[in-house]
Design a protein around this ligand. Structure first.
Ligand SMILES: Cc1ncc(COP(=O)(O)O)c(C=O)c1O
Length: 398
C-alpha cells in the first residue's frame, strides 16, 4: 500500500533522528548529554502546577476555539508590558508555536505558493511547509558573519509571483542571531513593497544577551496588516509540555479567517490553558535569573569551542543555540559516531547535524547545531567530549 507523497517527502527531525543511537548508548550504561534539543532544564514557575492542582471542574470540557478568556487576557497583559496594545480578536491560542506556524502558512498560502526564509532555519519550518504544500525558498546566511541578513536586493531576488511571505525566527533558532532594528525594518519594507506577509517567530524573545533587546515586528505599525507574530509559552516559561502558543496579528480579516483552523481542531488543552493563564504572574526576577544562567552557559560553550583552531562560529547573542562549522565532511556521520563510538568517563554527547536546518541540498553538512539547555557542569563535560571526540574523529576519517 502506498503512502502519500507528502509524508514520504517529509524529513525526520534532525533533532530527534539519532534517538535510537542515544538509547543504544544508554543501554550500554553511558550518560548521554543532550545538546541536540531545545528542551530547557529550568524549572517551570510553580504557579503553573498550582493552577493544575487547583483545577476542580467536574467535567473536562472543550474551550472556545480562540482560547479561554483568562489566557487571552494574560497575553494581552504580557504584550501591554512590552508596549503593544492587542485586542482579543487579534490573538488565537494555539497548540504551541508549532500550530501557530502551521496556521499562518495555511492562512496565507495556497498549495504551491512560496515563503522566503533565511537559512539555516528552525527545521520544522520544512515540515510545516510540507504539510501545507508550501515551497520554502531559502536565502543564505553564513556562520562566518554570525548569520546576519544579506542585502535587500539579495532577499528580493528570491521573490516570485508565487511568494506570499517572509518567515524569520528572531532571536534565531538555530543560529542564535538577534536581528537589529534595521534588519527587521528592511524586511518590513520588502514586505510592504512586494505585497507580502512577514511572519515573525518570536518565541525566544526573552532570551537575549549582552544588553541587546529583541525587536518585535509588532513595532512596525505601518505594516501591521502584514505582520503575523508566532508566540509560545514553551521557552518563555520553560513549559514546553503545556503545548500552548499563539498566533497574533492586527489583520482582523486574517485572524477571523484563521479561526476556521482553530475551530476545526476544536480547542487547545483546557487544563493547560488555565494553568498558562496564571504564568503572567511570574515574578520579574525569574526572567533575570534565567537570562543570566543562559548567558553563562553560552559563554561556557562558546569559550570551549573557540579553543578549536579550525571551527567557524560567531558568539551567538540570543535563543539558546549555536551553529558551528567543523572541519568534517559529514556531520550526520560525526554525530552518530560520537554516540556509538566515543565516550569519556562513561559519558557521551548527542548533537544535531545541521543539514536538516537548510532547504538547499548539500548545505550544513559540515555544521552542527548545539543547544545550551543543560546545566553548566554537563555543558562543560559535553564540550570536552565534543572537542576530544572531534580530534579523534579527524584522525580516523578526515
Ligand atoms: C523557532 C521556533 N519556533 C517555534 C517552535 C515551536 O515551539 P512550541 O510548539 O513548543 O511552542 C520552536 C521550538 O523549538 C522553535 O525553536
Amino acid at each position: 500500500m502506498n503512502l502519500s507523497k507528502r509524508i514520504e517527502s517529509m524529513q525526520f527531525s534532525p533533532i530527534r533522528k539519532l534517538n535510537q543511537y542515544a538509547d543504544e548508548a544508554r543501554s550500554k550504561g553511558l550518560k548521554v548529554i543532550g545538546l541536540n534539543i531545545g528542551q530547557p532544564d529550568i524549572e517551570t514557575p510553580s504557579v503553573f502546577f498550582e493552577s493544575i492542582k487547583n483545577f476542580d471542574s467536574k467535567v473536562l470540557a472543550y474551550t472556545d476555539s480562540k482560547g479561554i478568556p483568562s489566557l487571552l487576557d494574560s497575553f494581552i497583559k504580557y504584550y501591554n508590558n512590552l508596549g503593544f496594545n492587542l485586542n482579543k480578536d487579534e490573538i488565537l491560542i494555539t497548540n504551541g508555536g508549532s500550530e501557530a506556524l502551521l496556521f499562518a502558512m495555511l492562512t496565507i498560502c495556497d498549495p504551491g505558493e512560496e515563503i522566503i526564509i533565511p537559512e539555516p532555519f528552525y527545521t520544522n519550518y520544512n515540515s510545516f511547509s510540507d504539510i501545507a504544500s508550501v515551497n520554502v525558498v531559502p536565502f543564505k546566511t553564513f556562520a562566518e558573519d554570525g548569520f546576519r541578513l544579506p542585502s535587500k536586493s539579495e532577499i528580493e531576488s528570491k521573490i516570485s509571483p508565487k511568494t506570499r511571505g517572509i518567515l524569520i525566527s528572531n532571536p534565531g533558532n538555530p543560529t542564535g542571531v538577534v536581528y537589529t532594528r534595521e534588519e527587521i525594518k528592511m524586511l518590513v519594507e520588502i514586505a510592504m513593497e512586494n505585497d507580502l506577509y512577514l511572519i515573525s517567530d518570536e518565541v525566544y524573545r526573552e532570551f537575549v544577551y549582552d544588553d541587546l533587546t529583541a525587536v518585535s515586528a509588532l513595532e512596525f505599525t505601518e505594516a501591521e496588516d502584514r505582520i503575523i507574530i508566532i508566540d509560545s509559552i514553551s521557552k518563555r516559561y520553560s513549559a514546553c509540555g503545556a503545548r500552548i502558543g499563539a498566533m497574533i496579528s492586527k489583520n482582523k480579516t486574517l485572524m477571523h479567517t484563521a479561526l476556521k483552523l482553530s475551530q476545526s481542531r476544536l480547542c487547545s488543552p483546557t487544563i493547560e490553558q488555565v494553568a498558562a493563564a496564571g504564568l503572567i504572574n511570574t515574578p520579574k526576577d525569574y526572567f533575570y535569573e534565567v537570562n543570566r544562567e543562559y548567558a553563562n552557559r553560552r559563554d561556557i560553550l562558546f569559550d570551549c569551542l573557540k579553543t578549536l583552531p579550525d571551527i567557524i562560529c560567531q558568539k551567538p547573542t540570543g535563543a539558546f543555540y549555536l551553529i558551528a562549522k567543523l572541519p568534517i565532511k559529514d556531520s550526520d556521520h560525526f554525530a552518530t559516531w560520537l554516540l556509538r563510538e566515543f565516550s569519556i568517563d562513561n559519558k557521551t554527547v548527542m548533537i544535531a547535524p545541521a543539514s536538516g536546518f537548510y532547504a538547499t541540498e548539500g548545505l550544513g553538512e559540515d555544521e552542527v547545531r548545539l543547544s545550551y539547555c543543560v546545566n553548566q557542569q554537563d555543558l562543560k563535560d559535553a564540550a570536552n567530549i565534543l572537542i576530544k571526540g572531534l580530534l579523534e574523529y579527524k584522525k580516523i576519517y578526515v
